[in-house]
Ligand binder design. Sequence first.
Ligand code: PLP
Length: 379
Amino acid sequence: MKSMNAYREHFPIFKNTVYINSCSYAALSVEVEAAFLKYLKDRHEVGADWIEWCDRLERVRALFAELLNANTDEIAVTTSASASLSAISSSLNLTGKRKKIVTTDLAFPTEAHAWHALKKHGAEVVHVKETDGMIDLDDLEKIVDENTLLVAVPLVCYRNGALADIPAIRDVARKNGAMILVDAYQGVGAVPIDAKEWDVDFIVGGSLKYLLSTAGVGFLFVRNDLISKSQPTQTGWFAQEDIHAMLIHDNIPANNARRFEQGTPSVPNLYAVEAGLNLILEIGLKNIRRHVAELNERLKAGINDIGGKLMSPKDPEKHGAMITVASTDEYALVAALAERNIVVSCRDGNLRISAHFYNNDADIDAVITALKENKNLLA
Ligand SMILES: Cc1ncc(COP(=O)(O)O)c(C=O)c1O
């Protein structure tokens, strides 16, 4: 493997900008740029290359499976995390006694919407409150019971970077016979994920953040033995057992996770996603996690030195790649840093600083210096 600094050279934005905003959108690599251009070239030269495009979809599916340590049959390639969540929500069976869906106050809105939309079918949606920015297992235990159908948690919270203890949460769900879903979007590409070891029912995410590519492609993992029992009503011809059958008098879903897909794949974006996933897998999740953890230790120490209020957990085992700092006016702080060519983002009163393998110590020091110069905007 090349050094992280050598990989940084693949991202032209660093010539002029301190880009430390992967929780929002990844920096663009030359590989992903070339993949987009290849799509356009193929359109000029081949026109409609459906055989290659379907092959590409299968290659992307296999790469997602490798990334998550899942079987290829357990992966649906969707168009967003929201599309994945909606397909799952449309497959849930609310006719039995289990009508409770447990989500958390750390949920990204789209995850909560997927469950609240089911209230018209009789679902009861209960939120576990956050305690110090985390989900307390005792609070979860009090809510999950024999009437719970599903427990849904974010791997990493989009507001404060808190990292969930998935095996512990899974155990609470399983003990009560409930299914468990992980919204991994703020973790995937920066935090190792092992679907086999986690042994959860569903994992959703998408490609535009730490997976380095673009909006327009999401994924969904469904545990193998759940697939044949699941009948998503949010469906379409790419979810059929035989996509080319063109049947209109029945709905015969694929016998793998593809049954959670819908229409024509997001073809141009698949080019980019394949390039992004290849780069992430080449570098390796453990290496990425280690590098980002080192940067974040430097960042947390710097925040402490200048008297900033850390809103993410201090313990490196309890946060993902994103570190958050409290601000009195987070939008003004984002703008003040942008004036210094530093790109970060904000949510809910917090500045979000989200490093990836392409960031370095100099980026962290630039952020700390800029925060020091804008102490009036720190809470
Ligand atoms: C944790 C999390 N889940 C879901 C989403 C939404 O993803 P999509 O727009 O692909 O539906 C986001 C987007 O920022 C997110 O951070």
